[in-house]
Design a protein around this ligand. Structure first.
Ligand code: ATP
Ligand code: MG
Length: 221
């Protein structure tokens, strides 16, 4: 289970351009839940997701993952949590464009502190599980938006994290591809993974177990 209590996030703290993006936000997400995060542009959805993914810090409040307090940890400890527990799909995919699909999916395996055997096979299995095994050797700059999204999802799941966080995973996709990507998240959730999806699309949100709505840095629903 993940739990945040009274989280306050400031960008550029103590500087003239300080901006408080989250004002004391609290919520809990249980293991195995499929949750949508909705809200207007600039509401703080990505900010919240980045904190949940342990890729950004916060000033006040507490964040615990499975009972462990996530604050002031060493970079090594953060890396361990990210690697073992969290799979993140970024708003802009964040793929290395001139790497192949397979090379992109291998990145988290190469970053892992543990010795991982059969990295190529693992990465290929992740690509197959998202339906694009045949594209393994294609450079990402030659893939369509939906295909890139699948590569980003394969990269997020290759370490078998317990939690998948996806920022607007269908934002740039047509209706059909978007439905396919959502089906993929639902099947990952059915396998027991916690899935949190930031979305603007009511059709995506209504397929989730629960909807968290953010407005101006506060959870309003
Ligand atoms: N690095 C940053 N430095 C300063 N302010 C930032 C930074 N990142 C985000 N903000 C501000 O924090 C607020 C929340 O941004 P955030 O990216 O979380 O919004 P969002 O809900 O994800 O929006 P969108 O739907 O457009 O992606 C916005 O007002 C934004 O301008
Ligand atoms: Mg965003």
């Amino acid at each position: 289970m993940i739990k945040i209590s009274n989280i306050t996030k400031k960008y550029n703290p103590k500087k003239s351009n300080e901006f408080e993006a989250l004002h004391g936000v609290s919520c809990e997400i249980n293991d195995g839940e499929l949750v949508a995060v909705i809200g207007k542009s600039g509401a703080g959805k990505s900010t919240l997701l980045h904190i949940l993914a342990c890729i950004d810090n916060y000033q006040e409040g507490e964040y615990t993952i499975d009972g462990t307090l996530v604050k002031n940890l060493s970079e090594k400890q953060y890396a361990k949590i990210r690697n073992e527990k969290i799979g993140m799909v970024m708003q802009d995919f964040a793929l290395v464009e001139d790497f192949t699909a397979l090379e992109n999916v291998m990145i988290p395996l190469n970053f892992s502190k543990q010795k991982i055997k059969n990295k190529k096979e693992k990465a290929l299995a992740a690509l197959k599980s998202v339906g694009i095994g045949e594209l393994a050797k294609k450079p990402c700059n030659k893939l369509s938006g939906g295909q890139k999204q699948r590569v980003a999802i394969a990269r997020a799941i290759v370490n078998e994290p317990s939690m998948i966080l996806a920022d607007e995973p269908t934002g740039a996709l047509d209706t059909k591809t978007s439905a396919e990507i959502m089906a993929l998240f639902k099947s990952l959730n059915k396998q027991g993974r916690t899935v949190v999806i930031v979305t603007h699309d009511p059709k995506i949100a209504e397929q989730c177990d629960r909807i968290i709505e953010i407005s101006d840095g506060r959870i309003v629903k």
